[in-house]
Design a protein around this ligand. Structure first.
Ligand code: 5GP
Length: 194
């Protein structure tokens, strides 16, 4: 027996990190978050090894060339890289964990190719103006970064059809319950019904 692979994507500012954190805290399944490696700078409050493994570009490139990543991408086209560690994911699955990969659409599509059985969720706030409002409320990004994230979001929304489940995140608690309810039947060997 091995665990399940879960992919969660959605535009930056869609609330997906909060949803995933609450899902991990409340859903009674053996969920485990895959901690990605990134070259971007930590935001205030972020902790190395909990939120990401923060590394230099040189270290990232070295790990990439050693084939350590299940997938890796330069996410916003601005020189910062993000990657999923293969060993972490497969060790988790071997230990019957349900590994959650919170990754961008390009990364998700390459994982789906290798693992069509992955349970994939696309979380979004319903509309681009709503997304922009959330990014501004969050207050962590510069104006240029907000614009870039909105452009990427618009592109990403076109990938929705590749995901098994769409979660419109209007209310966090509701989204968390919805995802947990979708996941639960997979512990009895369910497959996507629609
Ligand atoms: P942030 O900089 O806001 O933490 O993340 C930016 C984007 O990078 C998010 O959409 C997030 O899902 C994505 N991301 C985080 N880790 C990975 C990863 O390992 N691989 C890929 N492809 N995307 C990632």
């Amino acid at each position: 027996m091995s665990g399940n692979l879960i992919i969660v994507s959605g535009p930056s500012g869609s609330g997906k990190s909060t949803v995933v954190r609450k899902l991990l805290a409340t859903c009674e399944l053996p969920l485990q978050l895959s901690i990605s490696v990134t070259t971007r700078q930590p935001r205030s409050g972020e902790i190395d090894g909990r939120d990401y493994y923060f590394v230099t570009h040189a270290e990232f490139a070295q790990r990439k060339s050693r084939g350590e990543f299940l997938e890796c991408k330069e996410v916003f086209g601005q020189g910062e890289w993000y990657g999923t560690l293969a060993v972490q994911v497969y060790e988790g699955l071997d230990a019957d964990k349900w590994m959650i990969l919170e990754i961008d659409v390009q990364g998700a599509l390459s994982v789906m190719q290798k693992h069509p059985e992955a349970i994939s969720f696309f979380i979004h706030p319903g509309s681009l103006p709503e997304l922009e409002a959330r990014l501004r409320r969050r207050g962590t990004e510069s104006e240029a970064s907000i614009r870039r994230r909105l452009e990427v979001a618009e592109e990403e929304l076109t990938a929705l059809s590749h995901y098994k489940y769409e979660i419109i995140n209007r209310e966090i608690e509701h989204s968390v319950r919805e995802m947990c309810q979708i996941l639960e039947p997979y512990s009895h060997g369910a497959t996507k019904h629609a």
